[in-house]
Design a protein around this ligand. Sequence first.
Ligand code: ATP
Ligand code: MG
Length: 649
Amino acid sequence: MATIDSLLKEKRRFSPSTEFAQKARISGEAAASKLRALAAKSPEKFWDSAAKDLLWAKPWKKTLVWKPPFAQWFVGGKLNLSANCLDRHLDGPRRNKAAILWEGEPGDRRTLTYQELHYEVCRFANALKSLGVEKGDRVAIYLPQVPEAAVAMLACARIGATHSVVFGGFSSDALRDRILDAQAKVVVTADGGYRKGAVVPLKENVDKAVVQTPCVKKVVVLKRAGCKVDWNDGRDVWWADLVHGRSAVCPAEPLDSEHPLFILYTSGTTGKPKGVVHSTGGYLTQVAWTTKHVFDLREEDTYWCTADVGWVTGHSYVVFGPLANGATTVMYEGAPLYPHPDRFWAIVERLRVSIFYTAPTAIRTFVRFGDEWPKKHDLSSLRLLGTVGEPINPEAWLWYQKVIGGGKCPIVDTWWQTETGAIMISPLPGATQTKPGSATFPLPGIVAEVVDKAGEPVPAEQGGYLVIRKPWPSMLRGIYGDPERFKQQYFSQVAGGTYFTGDGSRIDKDGYLWVLGRIDDVINVAGHRLSTMEVESALVSHPVVAEAAVVGRPDEMKGQGITAFVTLEAKQAPSDRIKDELRAHVVKAIGAIARPDEIRFTDSLPKTRSGKIMRRLLREVAAGQGVKGDTTTLEDFSILAKLQSTDEE
Ligand code: ATP
Ligand code: MG
């Protein structure tokens, strides 16, 4: 049974400060262990009590019905997500609290209190009804990161329409495919949105897409950028006209716990994106619990998750999780480096952000631009940092901890997927001692293991397949319209019918879990199965390297050789001397087996639009073949073209 040889060892440890731990919602390791033990006894009971924190219109009869691979949670219960995120905060002091603090890329700003957000959501929900949208219909949302994106999502949830948010950076083809797949009746968009100082022509993209989507009856257009748009009188309607004079009375429809809340496509890192379906009651239960406990969220926090609402992180941790907890959530429309690499830090300083959650790709980019940018700003309001999206290299983690967190903030490295809906593996910030690069332990109520292909647990320190043994509340309910792919993708690759995540992992001798990246990316060198993540982390730990992607390429002698694509820090010029140094550095950190055969310098790496390195494309480049894989979610085509045209000097 091929498992993964894990060679990189990280010895540094970080504990939360006494001050942080004392005030934390889960305070100290003893409290955490107690909670874990309780949840381990009966994950169902644990989640049952978490669900009681939500507002239910009708209580559930059964906590879990599990007919593998299909799970149902809180069966028989009825609730409404928008009532949970809005209405229940209106009869107390939260009514006039900021729900959303928004900043546009050009610098414009808006604040919506819970009362105001409720008003907008109710009016837009009534507007959707007036367009003929009914419970069970699908609505596509293709908006920039503006408050109206949250309004549209919550309005759908209020009337029981299932939304499918399509990231505003996607092309008209990608939009068309997603509209067709979901058979959306209405598309909600804007004239344009700002990105890197330019206007993205969203309406124009919609116009191109909907020519080929007969299911779409109406297109709602928000005026955002003020750019010129074509107009189809029978089909298009301005957002402002639609809500003008509309009633703000719109009772939240009680929906079955299992009612499909949304469809969302995975990032497309490993292949064609999958249309993941999420429920209402189970989804919100886990999203609300994790937001509160993983981020140690409190009433007075200013919480900022930098993800776009087009990704699952934007759904769960920009909109639904914080609002369900009555928190203040920050939304920023634009690019992190615009107009300068300190945009994020300027926002943190101005709003006194206390909890900050971003992706390793962003952190590595900031490392590349240098400490002088964050140093321009007072970041002392931060008390907790988080990451999600990819394995975080220990060096990037340490930089984040020191330069952004000022050495005083716990970091939660949260592992989860579009499919899991909510965080699954993460430190509990007031309790867990962290190790840079490790997502530490499964959360209470989550049963994750590392196994071989036969489904047997592998010994400590050995890499294997990361699986989730038991159903969890925010588990995907399927792939939209494709139950076969659902079974095939997640429940057939590891024996025993357990959910396979697609990721490789190891558990160290202290029980910490280390995500080693995708199983598909594992490199087989002379009989050793190496994790790309470990070789990349070794490269990134060299002071001149900002980012690295490592792939296997065919090699007659060894089975596979190693090609490393390396981005240097902004101030560093590439040279053969550096190549030699980097090879020696990897040998020292991991061993001769991991020595890159080829090193290629590049200004940027091909990434998905959610910022993940697409190694499958690099594999094709390294093998000297043309790129044949699905590139619909690739962020920048020119990077690929550049890489293909520059063979190794
Ligand atoms: P696709 O499924 O289409 O290939 P994707 O897996 O990148 O795309 P997402 O659901 O956005 O789509 O990403 C989930 C994946 O991201 C996880 O399976 C894992 O590989 C990676 N990931 C997320 N968070 C972490 C983390 N904290 N540490 C390591 N890896 C992570
Ligand atoms: Mg995936």
